[in-house]
Design a protein around this ligand. Structure first.
Ligand code: KG4
Ligand code: ZN
Length: 337
């Protein structure tokens, strides 16, 4: 069974081939044009997807040594994500499926992030508890199987990645903000500033990061912060202190829910799971508590075609294919199929 997966939900144009559950190729073109605007510009993103989709898919096929007629299914993301960006990948995927007479599978982007854990060896055993932390989502998901999931909690305001991006912007750091904060945090003192740990004391599984972001803003105002004159060490300390607060909340809530749900394996996925501080801390807690922790390798944390090809492959195996009538769903939720 050979499946092509296409990801175009935000600013990465990516395509991959999965054959019988094994990754054969993964090609990602990150759109760097957004950097000078300090964030993803939706219209730029869709134009770049249009420009990149053919060469990216071609390269994914070539690297795997696969021709379009060898495919058993074609999967593309149809939501959640940016409408114009989703349209490019979905239309391309449907057109290729129609032209080759192959089944088409519309994949939920969040299910794709869950599937990124299944690209690794060994895979987490079901049931496992996954924390998806990306630019648009913060979700704690109980995964009984990839097609039987329960969202235990989500963010009620900003996503974790969004908080990283906004704090980076306040500090005047380069785009994208997450990796910029991560790099500086590694050199800073995490106890330099005490920021709040929002929601850590609440028993439920929801998250909230907007208060933390505001605390950083107030602190910078109090210190009359000026990016042109601030010292490297001041910036590193703010990054480390902010990052430590986010990590405390994420790791605290993940492992508390894991104990309550009595799962033996947990996983972290999404762009923020590339954060080195988060990975180290989660590994430490997992080792202490005797829980198995799975994390996708760095290239599968941020958006990628491999996770879509894997999710598509598993849907195809379960005979969950989509009609050509299916459209984009920018607000698609994880639990509604
Ligand atoms: O999963 P993703 O590529 O796209 C979405 O589906 O949103 O996640 C992108 C998010 C951005 O907010 C980015 O700043 C964040 O992931 N990110 C990081 C790191 N690398 C990417 N956040 C913290 N530390 C990182 N190393
Ligand atoms: Zn994503």
């Amino acid at each position: 069974m050979i499946v092509l997966g296409i990801e175009t939900s935000c600013d990465e144009t990516s395509a991959a081939i999965v054959e019988n559950g094994t990754l054969r190729s993964n090609v990602t073109a990150a759109q760097l044009d957004h950097a000078r605007f300090g964030g993803v510009v939706p219209e730029l993103a869709s134009r770049a997807h249009q420009r990149l989709i053919v060469p990216v898919v071609q390269q994914a096929l070539d690297t795997a040594g696969v021709r379009p007629n060898d495919l058993d299914g074609i999967a593309a993301v149809n939501g959640p994500g940016l409408a114009g960006a989703l349209l490019v990948g979905l239309s391309f995927g449907k057109a290729l499926a129609f032209a080759t007479g192959k089944p088409f599978i519309a994949v939920n982007h969040m299910e794709g992030h869950l599937a990124s854990n299944l690209l690794e060896d060994p895979r987490p055993e079901y049931p496992f508890l996954n924390l998806t932390v990306s630019g648009g989502h913060t979700q704690l998901v109980l995964v009984r199987s990839l097609h039987d999931v329960t969202v235990l909690g989500e963010t009620i305001d900003d996503a974790a990645g969004e908080a990283f991006d906004k704090v980076a912007k306040m500090l005047g750091l380069e785009y994208p903000g997450g990796p910029a904060v991560d790099r500086r945090a590694a050199r800073g003192n995490a106890s330099a500033v005490v920021f709040p740990r929002p929601g850590l004391d609440r028993a439920d599984d929801s998250f909230s990061f907007s208060g933390l972001k505001t605390s950083v803003l107030y602190y910078l105002r109090e210190q009359a912060y000026d990016p042109t004159t601030a010292s490297e060490s001041f910036i590193a300390d703010v990054c480390a202190s902010f990052q430590a607060a986010v990590i405390d909340v994420l790791v605290g809530k993940l492992f508390r829910a894991a104990a309550r749900e009595r799962v033996r394996a947990v996983s972290i996925a999404g762009g923020v799971s590339a954060n080195r501080g988060l990975r180290q801390r989660a590994q430490h807690v997992a080792d202490t508590q005797g829980v198995r922790l799975c994390m996708p390798r760095m290239e599968f944390c941020t958006d990628n075609g491999a996770m879509i090809a894997m999710a598509g492959y598993l849907r195809l195996m379960a005979r969950h294919t989509s009609s050509f009538e299916i459209s984009i769903e920018p607000n698609r939720s994880l639990t509604r199929v």
